[in-house]
Design a binder for this molecule. Structure first.
Ligand SMILES: Cc1cc2nc3c(=O)[nH]c(=O)nc-3n(C[C@H](O)[C@H](O)[C@H](O)COP(=O)(O)OP(=O)(O)OC[C@H]3O[C@@H](n4cnc5c(N)ncnc54)[C@H](O)[C@@H]3O)c2cc1C
Length: 305
């Protein structure tokens, strides 16, 4: 019964690792299967300043500490694997990885999500070094500085306004001549003296050394490209939950997020969900950790029944 577990956690970010800690500490035989590197989005985060009890840490360090803690209680963790098939329908759940089929009595889906990228020159290099996808996480790092917000939906406009608490100036760059946000959000942004707008334009590339120093902005009407010096850029052009593998197996909303109740139960028996992949408003490490703990405790109750 080498490949048979009490619980399999799909995803080893903050939510999955927390679930792993709680489950293994309760002597529940647990396997975390993670398609990427353990830590998930935390690993992309250069500095974390809002995780309670730790004044400042790197996302990599926090990930490795959580991994070590889960393993210290006996949690099996396999990372950088490729899951080819998941069957959540029966009493016994099945997950296929290469030649192996892992089985369990319950599943916690903690596969997280990803911010949509612009996909232009330098974005990968400067992610977490002047490019951010999260105002709550990183706004404070740009106190008194000049920043750009990319996007034209509700998130972009609302986050731009929230960033004016810190930044000296916020320039919103949007590809169209109009916004796709609620009228109220547009009015609030337009009334804010710190916010200016560059419409019908997009960022063509990010440049700098240790951090972003300037961007190239392309006017999409005239095709003119020009340079703008900047301290930071926040990109809000959408978010995607990593739920593709679970379609038709659990209830998913129109945005691809998995629907759950307050106990992190999905509509499929024995399947729980935690973290950014779930339908919710606030996506932070603290909320992922909280979901992971709740999912684990309720999963234990489920398998004991
Ligand atoms: C650049 C950046 C900076 C941030 N800064 C902060 C911050 O300062 N403070 C803060 O609180 N929050 C911050 N956040 C948000 C925070 O990182 C996330 O909300 C949190 O880490 C989400 O954790 P998670 O476990 O739900 O998902 P994730 O971190 O996304 O982890 C999910 C894991 O599951 C894996 N996976 C995907 N699909 C599958 C599958 N089918 N099967 C198995 N595994 C799968 C992924 O590879 C990944 O490793 C930041 C996010 C980003 C992108």
């Amino acid at each position: 019964m080498e490949n048979s577990y009490d619980v399999i956690v799909l995803g080893g970010g903050a939510a999955g690792l927390t679930a792993g800690i709680y489950l293994s500490r309760a002597k529940v035989k647990t396997l975390i299967l993670n398609e990427g590197m353990v830590g998930g989005q935390m690993v992309l985060t250069y500095e974390i300043a809002n995780y309670p009890g730790i004044e400042l840490t790197s996302g990599y360090q926090l990930s490795m500490t959580m991994k070590k803690q889960a393993e210290s209680f006996g949690c099996d963790i396999k990372q950088n694997i490729n899951i080819s098939e998941v069957d959540l329908s029966g009493e016994i759940k099945k997950v296929v990885v290469g030649e192996k089929t892992y089985t369990s009595k319950a599943i916690i889906i903690a596969s997280g999500g990803r911010s949509r990228n612009l996909g232009v020159q330098g974005e990968g290099t400067f992610k977490g070094r002047g490019i951010s996808y999260c105002a709550t996480c990183d706004g404070d790092f740009y106190t008194g500085q000049d920043i750009i917000v990319v996007g034209g939906g509700n998130s972009a406009l609302e986050e731009a306004v929230s960033l004016t608490k810190y930044a000296k100036s916020v320039t919103i760059i949007h590809q169209f001549d109009h916004f796709q946000a609620f009228e109220h959000a547009i009015e609030v942004a337009k009334a804010n003296e710190k916010i200016s707008f560059i419409m019908k334009s997009s960022i063509d590339g990010f440049y700098g050394d240790e951090k972003v120093k300037y961007v190239n902005i392309k006017n999409l009407e005239t095709e003119e490209v020009y340079k703008k010096e900047i301290d930071g850029v926040f990109i809000f052009i959408g978010y995607a939950a990593n739920s593709d593998k679970f379609k038709n197996q659990v209830a998913i909303n129109n945005y691809g997020e998995i629907i759950s109740d307050n106990n992190m139960s999905t509509n499929t028996k024995g399947v729980f969900v935690a973290g950014d992949v779930r339908e919710k408003k606030i996506r932070q490490i603290t909320t992922a950790v909280s979901d992971g703990a709740i999912a684990a405790v309720n999963t234990i109750e489920y398998i004991q029944k």
